[in-house]
Each structure stands twice: as C-alpha cells, then as structure tokens.
Design a protein around this ligand. Structure first.
Ligand code: FE2
Length: 550
C-alpha cells in the first residue's frame, strides 16, 4: 500500500510517504520553495498545497501519482463548525472549509494522474496523534495532542493499543493553549504561529510573578480538558511592536504564562495517565515543541517515558495522516526510523555541484577530523550531511557548528543567523558522555525536545550552550544512529577535552533551513562561516572569520 500524507490547511505545509507501512520520505515545503514556514497561515492561503515536497516524496520512491492507494489530507472540513460555533468568530473559516473540500481536485491538478477519489480526510488531531502514537518506538502508549486549533478542537487525549487509537477526551474551541501562547507571542512583538519559541527563551529571563493571577483564567478541568479565558495581557505588560525593547515586566509575563502552561500540561498528562495506566506518553501538536514544558511533564507526571514527534507542529500531520490511513487500509505500520527523512545527495552529485560553482574544494581523508580541527581552532562550520531533517530542528544533517567553550560564540552564532541575542544555541553531546554533563531531562534525547540542567562544573566549560538559567536543550548523539557526527565530536573531544559542540540550524536570518547543495553554497557564501563540510568534501574560507572579527 502506498499512502501520501499532505498537510496544507494552516501552516508548515508538508508531505510524507508511507509504503507498506514504512515511512520512506517526509519533507516540509519550505525546504523546496525557500519560503519560511511555506506560507502564512491565512484563510486565503489555505488552498496552497505542498506541491514540491509531495512530488519529491513520490519521485524518491519511484511512484507515480496514479499508483497511490490513498492520499491522506490532515484536516476534515466536514468536522468544521461555523465561525460563531467555534467561538473564535474567525470569518476566514468559511474559506478554509471550502478550500479543504476542494483539496482533492487541487491535489489531482498538482499531481497529474492522481485520482481525486483516493483522497481521504483525516481529522486534524487524529493526524497529530498518529504522528506520535504510531511513529514512536513504544507500540502501546498514551497520547496527548495540543496545538492552536484543528477543525473545532485544540486538544486530543487518547491511547494507542496495537496501533488502534481510542480517543478519551478532546477540548473544543475557543479554549486553546496554543492560541493563548500565540496571542502572547503577538503581544510581545513577535510573529504569531512562528516565533513562539522566542517567548519560551524570553521566559527564562523572567520571574513567574503573575502565575497566581492566571490560574483561574487558564486551568485544567476534571474531564481531561481545560479552560483558557480571554487574557488582557496589557494588564501585566504593555504591547510591544516588532523589534521593540522588552522590559522585566515582559519577561515576567512570558515566564508566568509559560509556567501556567506547564502546570496545566502536567495536569492533562496526569489525567491521561489515570485513564490509561500506560508507561509511555507520546506528544504532538505545536505545543509539544515547548521543550521546557516537555521536561516538566516527564518530571512531574507518572509516565516513565515521554516521546515527542520531532515534527510536532502541523508539518508532522502529513506523516501522521499517512500512517493513520495506512492503518485503515490494513497495514501494520512501523515506527519512524528517525528524523532524516528528507532529501539527500551522493558524493558524485555533490561534487558536480561544486564543480559547476567553480569553487575550490578538497576531499580530506576524514571529513570528521577536518571539521574537528577547524572547530577546535574556534572556526564556524556549516555541516551538510545525509538526508535533511523533518521538523524544525537541525539534528546533525543541516547544522551550523561551533566551539562551545567560548562565551563570545553565542553572539557570533546569533550574528551569523541574524537572531536576537537572548536566543540560546544548543549542544550536541556524545551519548555516552551526556549523563556526566546534563541532568533532569531524558538521556538519550535524540530530537532536542527537552531541556536539561548543565552540571555546575561544566557551566564554565561550555558557556556558549549554557542558557541564562543554567539549562541546555541537548541532542545526544548515538554512535550507531549517527556514526559520522559521533566521530566528529569524538575528534573534537580529543583536541579540546570537551565532548560537546554547538549545533544550530543551517540557515541565515528569515530563511528556511538549507536543504540542497546549492542552498549550502549560497549560505556559505553569504555568512561568516569558515568551513563547509558537504558530503565527503570541504570548502574553506581563505580568511578565518575569527580574525576578521577582531
Ligand atoms: Fe495542528
């Protein structure tokens, strides 16, 4: 059975392909179109499809559109109520519903040969749930989905038993923890449904002194759901415009909403544990990208394990919808093999691109050693290896790397990326060394979806990746799953004594992550990066950036 998954309705359009129950490809449209998040989540853009990523998924597997058994579209317009009934009064919903209803015809146009009758609508939160519960390695699990909104809900609680979903609770709109967080993002001068992670970063600078005032407005209910009443954020801190300087009150507001969110999520996790008694909780929905909250759920709920879909936002619903429909068609689906589900290139293909660009390059004996040498010398490295990541995090395939031992490297990395200086950068660490340096969050932590405490004696040794509150959002590197990255960090450790490197996504300000070799060369050419390690090749900048800065 061949099932193509499509996410298109709100944000992060993406496609995924499941063949005979196995995930063979998944990618976000932004990596192809080079437009961050693919599109803005506006009603009149709801028709836009992930055409390029869908076509690539099929080409990757050598499948023609007419050979597909089903297309799974991660939104069901039949479940949409009226703008008045949702309580959101979003008049754009009428347009979204119409466009979703027409999606089969749009898809048949985008993928010539496709039979529109093969398109099946999957409830948005069921698609999210499947992206967690069917993709996780633990076959039986409890599942929690929390996002801004789906058709008429913002939450799902359930359990997977032998691949079958039982829905236990669902919170109807207008109550939505995701929309509440988006409102705050907007209030703080950031871009809603895009920059929520900046609010999480800002929260660590503040004190949660307004949490008491929020506790009645945002609270869990006995039936597994919750209430989010309208909050007038101006009562706590004035509204900010884009780029305005924030104050202590803004950081305190961010900290208070973040803390209240965490408390409610822990309550929801406790409820679903009480209903299911499962050992593992799986999470999806945009709220599951909140790694501070994820760590708190693990620490304070009774679950032994928490597994989070790396593409927890709407992009992941393409994968979830495909897995769900594959199950409906009788397939025994397999857990996802990892996040490296996007495009990849052979060395021959990469060398061709380098030759076309007429750029000097070398083929070192071991690219891992060549990179470690530059990093140890405090250079910045663009790392392009293997298939690209599905989801918003760089996980060792399209990364910018640096030495974690120099405090100034935080500013340097944020300069490369044109980011706010309060934003942290994250460490990659050898799995076997992680317990000595990081605690509280889970180890292994392969997808950077939890925060950990940095051991006191290590904070001065890795200041670049130690956030203001003494935490770090780590990725552990397993030698079997990621042998090349593991070898590179080991080589860095031999030179410096530090089994950690700085890892942030390979992109410059406002652009999607680099995906193909030409993107990599363009990024390398325009950003102060010392070395591009691409496949087995390296491209060097003649003058080290550390020298040009001083
Ligand atoms: Fe969603």
């Amino acid at each position: 059975m061949k099932v193509l998954g499509i996410n298109a309705i709100y944000h992060d359009p993406a496609a995924a392909l499941v063949v005979d129950g196995k995930v063979v490809a998944a990618a976000e449209e932004e990596r192809f179109s080079r437009r961050k998040h693919g599109k803005r989540p506006l009603p009149w853009s709801a028709w836009e499809l992930p055409e390029l990523s869908a076509a690539w998924c099929l080409a990757e597997a050598g499948i023609r559109p007419e050979e597909l058994d089903a297309v799974a579209y991660s939104f069901d317009p039949a479940l949409m109520t009226t703008p008045e009934d949702t309580g959101l009064n979003d008049l754009g919903d009428t347009m979204r519903k119409k466009y979703a209803e027409m999606a089969p015809d749009f898809l048949a146009h985008a993928l010539p040969g496709l039979d529109p009758a093969t398109v099946r609508f999957v409830k948005h939160h069921v698609a999210h749930a499947a992206s967690a519960g069917l993709a996780a390695p633990q076959r039986d699990n409890a599942v929690l989905v929390l996002d801004g909104r789906g058709e008429a809900h913002s939450h799902l609680a359930g359990r997977y038993t032998d691949g079958q979903l039982e829905i236990l609770a669902g919170q109807a709109l207008p109550h939505s923890l995701g929309l509440m967080y988006e409102e705050l993002t907007d209030h703080l001068g950031f871009l809603r449904s895009s920059d929520e992670f900046k609010v999480m970063a800002m929260a660590s600078y503040g004190k949660p002194r307004f949490t008491g005032a929020l506790s009645e407005l945002v609270r869990a209910t006995d039936d597994g759901g919750f209430r989010t009443e309208k909050i007038d954020f101006t009562e706590f801190a004035p509204r900010l415009g884009k780029g305005d300087q924030w104050t202590e009150a803004h950081a305190d507001l961010a900290a208070s909403v973040q803390t209240r969110l965490e408390e409610v999520l822990v309550d929801l996790a406790r409820w679903v544990h009480a209903q299911t008694g499962e050992k593992t909780l799986t999470l999806a929905g945009g709220t599951a990208l909140n790694c501070v909250a994820n760590t708190r759920i693990l620490a304070e709920s009774p679950f032994e394990q928490v597994w989070v879909q790396p593409a927890a936002g709407d992009a992941g619903t393409a994968l979830g919808a495909a897995l769900h429909v594959a199950r409906e068609l009788g397939e025994d689906t397999q857990p996802m093999p990892g996040a490296a589900l996007g495009r990849g290139w052979t060395d021959d293909e990469i060398e061709q691109v380098l030759q076309t660009a007429a750029i000097d390059y070398e083929r070192p004996d071991d690219v891992a050693e060549a990179v470690a040498e530059v990093l140890a010398d405090n250079g910045i490295v663009a790392w392009f290896q293997g298939r690209s990541e599905y989801g918003p995090r760089a996980l060792g395939h399209r990364s910018l790397l640096a030495h974690p031992g120099h405090e100034a490297n935080l500013e340097r990395m944020n300069d490369v990326k044109g980011r706010e200086q309060f934003r942290p950068v994250a460490p990659m660490v050898l799995l076997e060394r992680a317990p000595e340096i990081f605690s509280r969050g889970p180890i292994p932590s392969p997808y950077m979806l939890f925060v950990h405490d940095v051991a006191e004696e290590w904070r001065d040794r890795i200041p670049t990746v130690t956030h203001v509150d003494g935490t770090a959002r780590i990725q552990t590197i397993d030698p079997e799953a990621s042998p090349l990255v593991h070898r590179m960090i080991s080589a860095f450790e031999r030179r410096t004594g530090i089994p950690v490197v700085v890892n942030t996504s390979l992109n410059t300000a406002g652009r999607p992550m680099v995906d193909d070799p030409r993107d990599a060369l363009e990024c390398f050419g325009s950003a102060p990066v010392d070395l591009l390690a691409i496949g087995s090749f390296v491209v060097r900048r003649p003058t080290p950036t550390s020298r040009t800065r001083n």
